[in-house]
Design a protein around this ligand. Structure first.
Ligand code: NAD
Length: 499
């Protein structure tokens, strides 16, 4: 039986970039864009070649060097950011539908969480910059030294496909809030909602402040990162891509933030509220269709409760509703692309070849039609050294491993190249403290899944990232500190050559 799920919305016949408020000059190949819910092609993306990218950077450069944006006071800039927030909220339904058409993520989640977050990112930074202050040091010898934080310049912002609008808006809001101008490059797989968001924001922002280029990473993205007129590169995506981008940016000595992959441990102790931990473990690996950097994909469970916990998890996973992203009852939609679905499912064979056991799922839901639907999947692995315990699968695919002691749990959690987040579930405070002190991850969630506080830094250790995103970390990254020293009453200087 095949399903012809309806499309969430329609897309323009063709979409492309936006440079200083006008259509970019393109110049690259045509790229098809698909709806993962049915596999249907929904539009064509015009790729921006190196010349179009250079035009976009030029527009951002001019807007920075000569335009009003970096010179606006923070109150005026905050007011514009609030208008950006409102414009996104006013268009929430249309943006969520475009995002659904492009990602296959559940429409309800997109509307209630992703698009709201996109709007909130602008509101958050509007508030944040009003509190921003430099520093003043009155020195004992009569000198005054001040530190001012000035906009850094042109920011190149490169976003992934898994939560396009939510992640791209964070970068845009932060870069703009501190007075920068920017060129945004979304994933070539998911340009739709971002294109509309940029169109809407461009009507609010001065010309050239926000520019959009589209295309493949190796063409459009590479040209953007290599441009020596770019002052900051902010990247979210895979670890290997991050390595390429950072070395390309390094040639221009351009500072980077890298938000990269993860293989985060979800550590469940027998002393936890196990019902809550079970809800958290399911959310940790299956929300956002399992396609999230912060997924709790290595589920470490204390040996004494391992069999019962895994049994309960499998039972609940089997009841998760997979299907049409537009249905109010759907909990997991399709994966983002056919290639991605095939890659995720290939890990079932990889798990078994390494001695693991498939617990649930592991197959395409062909009964749902041509879309890329996969059953929620879980395996056990015989050791933390196996590929399913070490590699980021980036889908609804959890790997279970048992542990005996808190020491062993912390050691296993840390035994990976990544270090993005870690989850800990226990109601026994000494256990929580002993393990959280030792975990090498940028973000720890204790007895809760995925609670993001935008004032706090977010990012990872090791192969999960470089630098952080969030309040203060963004302020540091998107500004240059300028130190100025003035003598209040000029003291005599050492009289060289007067003797
Ligand atoms: P990806 O690395 O394939 O692509 C990310 C972006 O980089 C895309 O826009 C792509 O076109 C561009 N790109 C690729 N090669 C490039 C190059 N040489 N130069 C410049 N740009 C280039 O990642 P993806 O598959 O889109 O996203 C999934 C990955 O993102 C996962 O690894 C996930 O963990 C990670 N991610 C991390 C976070 C975080 O906050 N740490 C958040 C979301 C996703």
């Amino acid at each position: 039986m095949t399903h012809g799920f309806a499309l969430p919305t329609t897309a323009p016949d063709r979409i492309g970039g936006l440079v200083a408020g006008k259509a970019s000059s393109g110049g690259g190949v045509d790229l098809p864009v698909f709806y993962p819910g049915t596999g249907a092609q929904v539009t064509v993306l015009t790729e921006d070649g190196p010349e179009a990218v250079a035009e976009a950077v030029g527009a951002a450069r001019r807007a920075f060097d000569a335009g009003p944006w970096p010179r606006l006071g923070t109150e005026a800039r905050a007011a514009v950011l609030r208008t950006c927030q409102q414009v996104i909220l006013d268009n929430a339904d249309a943006l969520a539908r475009l995002e659904c058409l492009n990602t296959g993520l559940v429409l309800r989640e997109l509307r209630d969480r992703h698009v709201r977050r996109a709007a909130y990112n602008f509101g958050f930074f509007a508030d944040f910059i009003l509190q921003q202050a430099g520093a003043r040091y009155d020195q004992a010898d009569g000198y005054l030294t001040t530190v001012s934080l000035e906009p850094a310049g042109v920011a190149a912002l490169i976003a992934p496909w898994n939560a396009p609008v939510a992640l791209a808006s964070m970068k845009v809001a932060a870069a703009l809030a501190f007075g920068n101008t920017c060129v945004l490059k979304p994933s070539e797989q998911t340009p739709l909602a971002i294109a509309r968001m940029v169109e809407l924001l461009s009507e609010v922002l001065p010309e050239g402040v926000l520019n959009l280029v589209n295309g493949r990473g190796t063409v459009t993205g590479a040209a953007l990162v290599a441009d020596s007129r770019v002052d900051r590169v902010s990247f979210t995506g895979g670890t290997e891509t991050g390595r390429h981008i950072m070395s390309a940016a390094g040639r221009n000595l351009t500072p980077c933030t890298m938000e990269l992959g993860g293989k985060s441990a979800n550590i469940i102790f027998a002393s936890a509220d196990l019902e809550r931990a079970l809800d958290g473990a399911l959310l940790g690996i299956f929300s956002n269709n399992g396609q999230q950097c912060l997924a709790g994909s290595r589920i470490l469970v204390e040996r004494s409760i391992f069999d019962d916990f895994v049994g309960a998890f499998v039972e609940r996973a089997g009841r998760i509703v997979v299907g049409d992203p537009m249905s109010d009852t759907t909990e997991i939609g399709p994966l983002a692309s056919q290639a991605h679905m095939e890659r995720v499912l290939s890990y079932v064979g990889i798990a078994e070849a390494d001695g693991g056991t498939l617990l649930t799922g592991g197959a395409r839901r062909a009964d749902l039609g041509e879309g890329y639907y996969v059953s929620p999947t879980a395996v056990t692995a015989p050791s933390n050294d196996t590929r399913v315990a070490q590699e980021e699968i980036f889908g609804p695919f959890g790997t279970f491993l048992p542990f005996y002691t808190a020491d062993e749990a912390a050691a296993m959690a840390n035994a990976t190249e990544f270090g993005l987040v870690a989850y800990v579930w226990s109601d026994h405070l000494p256990t929580v403290m002993s393990v959280t002190d030792r975990l090498r991850a940028g973000v720890l969630w204790v007895n809760t899944p995925m609670m993001r506080e935008l004032r706090a830094p977010f990012g990872g250790y090791g192969a999960s990232g470089v630098w952080r995103e969030g309040g203060r970390a963004c302020a540091d990254f998107y500004t240059e500190a300028k130190t100025t020293t003035i003598p209040k009453t000029p003291p005599p200087l050492r009289p060289l050559g007067r003797a």
